[in-house]
Design a protein around this ligand. Sequence first.
Ligand code: SAM
Ligand code: SF4
Length: 323
Amino acid sequence: MLIDGYGRKVDYLRVSVTERCNFRCQYCMPEKPFSWVPKENLLSYEDLFKFIKVAIDEGITKVRITGGEPLLREGLDEFIKMIYDYKNDIDLALTTNGFLLPKVAQKLKDAGLKRINVSLDSMKPDVAAKIAQKNVLETVLKGIQAADDAGLKIKINCVPIQGINDGDLLEVLDFCKDKGYPIRFIEFMENQHAKDGAKGLNSDAIKKIVSQKYEKFDEVPRDTSSPAQYYAIEGGYQFGIIEPHKDDFCAACNRIRLTAEGFLIPCLYFEDAMSIKDAVRANKVDEAAAILKKVLETKPEKNKWSDKDDNETSTRAFYETGG
Ligand code: SAM
Ligand code: SF4
């Protein structure tokens, strides 16, 4: 079992397979970075897999593949199969913008993927295009349908941004409610890579918007393995809000992150990281396991978004850490 320096059990590994993306979301990657990490600096699937095996052997029970846009990296289904074949009861999930799903959803499911989270910020083509800086909505909706048809469990992520998609949240919620997909509204996490001046909606503002249509909603007892607080509305449908600005948000944090370059990141907010690249490339699995434990010892108690005094901004890029 993996325990961090604050006694929290860590059983969830997020693995970013690329920092590249085919969208330029305003809250994440509004400008194309002037240089991408050269391909030779990325860990191969084989090397990423060596670390994942170590992590599973040490107590990781949930692995999520993310990016950048993970579906841009070729052979992702084979990578998923490697993990599935090693331990088929792992909770194996993927976070994607959905654009390439129409082509690959079935292949991913066949490879052993169980669940998929898709980002959907608006049901209006022009608003979705404004956020992603590309005409994306129609293809993303086809992607979500393809994942559903393939039998993947679906969740939707939506980042509300003031003055951009705040008028669209009910429409996204109703789409998810009709389809039976849980939606999580994620509070915008201020970071230096987002578009200048971007401002998110906090959880109270999101709830106020939901209450315009659904007057009554009940807080669902918190599942500590999920970062979201869920609320039940009519018909038993539940929506969630991820509230990183809340003081106790990190109290039950159960996750660590591995970047495509092999950096193990203990917290989404901070720059701290240790590389497992040399260890896995040299097949030194014991060394990789020791680095994993060291990183857990240094995992901070909480992020700084929850600092109320400052307008805290992280220097970390979401497209590197995978969110
Ligand atoms: N490209 C994929 C996607 O968009 O789903 C996976 C990577 S993306 C970095 C993972 C998640 O992070 C997405 O749900 C995205 O909405 C969220 N995200 C990105 N930047 C964010 C920010 N500044 N604040 C909150 N969530 C953010
Ligand atoms: Fe790409 Fe996802 Fe970042 Fe949007 S949130 S730019 S889709 S990595």
